[in-house]
Design a protein around this ligand. Structure first.
Ligand SMILES: CC(C)(COP(=O)(O)OP(=O)(O)OC[C@H]1O[C@@H](n2cnc3c(N)ncnc32)[C@H](O)[C@@H]1OP(=O)(O)O)[C@@H](O)C(=O)NCCC(=O)NCCS
Length: 209
């Protein structure tokens, strides 16, 4: 997947960073607390992933002409803007990082490589009704996994199970949006639309409004 910056609307943007391309860039815009967090990551690969994800937020914010406010994490691990305005979500994996920002609505984003082994893990994160339409296809399984991770990050609370509390409507490889809901939790049902982009062996998903 290529590095890109995409304006989704006047309120929302996302950016994908190829880590190799951005890992030498300056991150002077980070807050003091974020600089401390970065300095505490001992493995260089993980440090570069973390940094590339923050550079992606910065690029997304620049795209909709908003300043970088600095972000802190709540007790669930979800990031929040220090000035209290807007919502952010981050993802990073080997070689690639991405972030999405929305001025008004919660967001979730996820990046995954398509791997054969995801089919074996299906029982752990899928409902039996989902297993029926996914047809043991690694690409469909990865799309389902990633969509659930994006929904999980959008809702943000630990304790929500991908298998028991997030249910996807049937979809196929040609679909660009997956519908899903968070259900059977202590809160009322919430419905989500998740955009899917497949590029080579990579699946990118993010919640849209
Ligand atoms: C938290 C979780 C979503 C992170 O996903 P991941 O694939 O490991 O990693 P990603 O790179 O895609 O995302 C990492 C980012 O998620 C964000 N994140 C962590 N917890 C979060 C939460 N509760 N809500 C929203 N975002 C969260 C963080 O910003 C993190 O990046 P950072 O550490 O650089 O700040 C994942 O570990 C998880 O808990 N998934 C759901 C639980 C589950 O059911 N797992 C197993 C089922 S078989």
């Amino acid at each position: 997947m290529q590095t890109k910056i995409e304006k989704i609307s006047t309120l929302s943007a996302l950016a994908v960073n190829n880590i190799q391309e951005v890992c030498n860039q300056e991150v002077d815009f980070l807050s003091f607390r974020e600089k401390l967090s970065l300095a505490n990551i001992s493995k260089i690969e993980k440090r570069n992933e973390w940094k590339a994800a923050r550079l992606a937020i910065k690029a997304a914010l620049d795209c909709i002409s908003l300043p970088y406010p600095g972000f802190y994490k709540d007790e669930h691990g979800k990031s929040h803007a220090m000035d209290g305005y807007g919502h952010v979500s981050l993802t990073h994996t080997k070689g690639i990082a991405a972030a999405i920002f929305h001025k008004d609505m919660p967001v979730g984003i996820d990046l995954d490589y398509v791997r054969e082994k995801v089919v074996r893990l299906g029982q752990k994160f899928l409902d039996h009704s989902e297993i029926e339409f996914l047809k043991s296809d690694p690409l469909l399984y990865t799309m389902a996994w990633s969509a659930k991770e994006s929904i999980y990050k959008c809702q943000g609370r630990k304790g929500i199970s991908l298998k028991e509390n997030i249910l996807l409507k049937p979809f196929g490889v040609e679909d660009q949006v997956i519908q899903g809901k968070v259900y059977d939790s202590e809160f009322s049902d919430h419905f989500y639309s998740v955009k899917v982009e497949v590029s080579g062996e990579m699946v990118l998903t993010y919640t849209i409004w």
